[in-house]
Design a protein around this ligand. Structure first.
Ligand code: CTP
Ligand code: CA
Length: 221
């Protein structure tokens, strides 16, 4: 049955996901973001819903339609995303962190739109954002956590290190330059049992395969 999608395999489970990029303001009309489209996170949210789960999706800015039957909480910045995740966390059985969270935000944001003549190019000071996945996984009441790793090199080594560092039982590894923004991807699932490569396929099919793996992991706990 490996990889097969089973209806109702997540019946009775509550699943919280993050998806999309975050947007870190520089001034009221400008910001720092990344090329995440949200497609993988939205596909996973729909796959969890179709498997019978009650789904909450905390989403950074994307151009995607809100999926029906899913509670969508729109956010902008990483700090905003963390607050929304913490507020939604009670009662969740699973947390899937798909969002491409900005690692840094601008410390010296400007209340007013920056003017070109204000003394040459501005200097942006960056401060590190909270690690949403690591902070959820470290909680005493942590749900089952699934992480993603977007790497551009040494995919499996870097991803293994990430799984260990963030203490997540299941991690989905993919090559950032292939996956981000694309309609299909090719991922490797990493868990205590080892490495489980999935074929290159649509993000919807990848999502269904991840849900099948997740449902088995939850059932065998
Ligand atoms: N993540 C998060 N909060 C952050 C950064 C990352 O929740 N501030 C989550 C992502 O949603 C993903 C996982 O952590 O599930 C790994 O994200 P990634 O960017 O690949 O790893 P980082 O730990 O940020 O390390 P680096 O960017 O240096 O590779
Ligand atoms: Ca990162």
């Amino acid at each position: 049955l490996d990889g097969f999608f089973v209806p109702d395999s997540l019946a009775g489970r509550r699943v919280l996901l993050t998806a999309g990029p975050t947007y870190e303001a520089i001034d009221p009309v400008r910001g720092i973001t990344n090329i995440s489209s949200g497609k993988m996170g939205y596909a996973l949210a729909r796959a969890c819903r179709d498997a019978g789960a009650e789904v909450t999706l905390v989403s950074g800015p994307t151009a995607l339609p809100s999926p029906t039957g899913i509670t969508v909480i729109p956010v902008q910045s990483a700090q905003h995303m963390l607050s929304a995740v913490e507020a939604s966390l009670p009662g969740q059985h699973v947390f899937i962190s798909v969002a491409a969270v900005a690692d840094y935000r601008v410390a010296n944001t400007s209340e007013h739109k920056l003017k070109k003549q204000d003394g040459g190019p501005p200097t942006l000071t960056l401060v590190e954002n909270p690690d949403i996945l690591a902070s959820v996984a470290a909680r005493a009441d942590a749900p089952f956590c699934v992480g993603f790793a977007a790497e551009s090199q040494n995919l499996l080594d870097f991803a293994e290190q990430k799984r260990t560092r963030k203490r997540v039982p299941l991690l989905v590894a993919n090559l950032a330059q292939q996956a981000m923004g694309a309609d299909d991807n090719e991922v490797v699932l990493l868990d205590d049992a080892g490495r489980h490569p999935l074929p290159r396929q649509s993000k919807d099919d990848t999502a269904r395969a991840i849900v099948a793996h997740l449902a088995r992991a939850l059932a065998s706990r």
